[in-house]
Design a protein around this ligand. Structure first.
Ligand SMILES: [Zn+2]
Ligand SMILES: [Zn+2]
Length: 347
């Protein structure tokens, strides 16, 4: 290719970039153009990084500086515009929970890799990673596993005790994305993915795709982006869809469990559109900013309830039933709350 053609191509590329830039600017809800530009470019760099860095198995660690940078931009400008979705204690609590998750991950990821590698020995198929369809299959299989992991985490106390951490902030901002469990890996969240090495997906690529999903889910934790274009909202998980997931309002509870693709929620009947602004957090909030208390309190409560129930079977049922379940009706599950609400509206 000659220099002239190259130049034309570069100019064309810039023209497209500027166009999409101006378009994307309208999606961000900051009043000041400078603030919008800053956050928007932050996101663009983060997506470029995701593209380039996607051949690194330890991708997540490289993403962390971008997470901190982006949430600082969001915190600074929302503070300037007096909107303040950031609370100092809440933000440090989120950061602490994120750090704890990375630290526990050092140990547990190695163990999970070992389990996956063992299962991989008994694989049913030899999947060829040099074929394009391998990556499509890997992506869809991971996202499908994530959906069910996440949905069941909201419906079974044993998994909820770990996942509750992610819902513990009453604010919705990029920092809340860092609120991740300390106990999920050790208590078997990876079981939802074990079928993948058995099918023949190499363990390293299963772990890699989980990281891509986690990194993708960072940018959707913001109120600074309204709705994405409708074709995007139809296929992908977006800030709007995920705000619903973090809502504690009755109609928003246990909805939108998607990782990257929202299609699973649409397919399996758990989709809810964002209507009024959600009230973020839990129906009964943890009431602490101490990361260790947030990470373990629900486990403590679960064991206490199980022991106090008086019988082994009732105790076990506490672990298997949805959050809010009680043998004596003293607390209620989402379904019971919805039924109660519907009945009270009929009479
Ligand atoms: Zn959740
Ligand atoms: Zn979330």
């Amino acid at each position: 290719m000659g220099i002239l053609e190259q130049e034309i191509e570069i100019k064309f590329f810039y023209a497209i970039l500027m166009k999409s830039n101006i378009f994307a600017l309208h999606l961000i809800r900051f009043k000041k153009p400078k603030a919008r530009l800053c956050l928007q470019w932050g996101f663009i760099i983060y997506f470029v990084f995701l593209g380039i860095g996607s051949m690194t198995p330890n991708l997540l660690y490289y993403a962390i500086p971008f997470f901190v940078l982006l949430l600082s931009i969001e915190a600074w400008f929302t503070y300037k515009e007096n909107r303040n979705p950031y609370d100092k204690k809440d933000t440090f609590s989120s950061l602490g929970l994120g750090i704890g998750n990375v630290l526990t991950g050092f140990l547990t990821k190695a163990l999970i890799f070992g389990v996956f590698a063992f299962i991989f020995k008994f694989r049913l198929f030899n999947l060829d990673i040099s074929k394009w369809w391998f990556w499509i299959l890997l992506f869809l299989s991971d996202d499908f596993s994530y959906y069910w992991f996440h949905r069941i985490s909201h419906h079974v106390n044993y998994f909820w005790a770990s996942h509750v951490v992610h819902h513990s902030s009453e604010h919705y901002n990029l920092a809340a994305a860092l609120r991740q469990t300390w106990t999920g890996n050790a208590t078997g969240a990876f079981l939802f993915w074990v079928w993948m090495p058995l099918m023949g997906f190499p363990p390293i690529w299963v772990l890699f795709m989980q990281q891509i999903s986690l990194i993708y889910q960072f940018w959707i934790h913001t109120e600074t982006i309204g709705k994405m274009p409708s074709w995007f909202e139809a296929v992908f998980n977006t800030p709007s869809h995920h705000r619903v997931h973090h809502g504690s309002d009755l109609k928003y509870l246990d909805k939108n469990h998607a990782g990257i693709l929202i299609i699973w929620d649409r397919l399996f009947g758990s989709f809810q559109k964002e209507e009024e602004r959600p009230h973020y957090g839990l129906t009964r909030n943890i009431g602490s900013f101490n990361p260790a208390i947030v990470a373990f309190k629900t486990w403590g409560e679960l064991f206490r309830k199980a022991f106090r129930s008086g019988s082994l079977w009732t105790g076990i049922r506490y672990f298997l039933h949805p959050p809010g379940w009680s043998h004596d009706g003293s607390t209620k599950t989402t379904r019971q709350m919805i039924e109660e609400y519907n009945n009270s509206n009929i009479h």
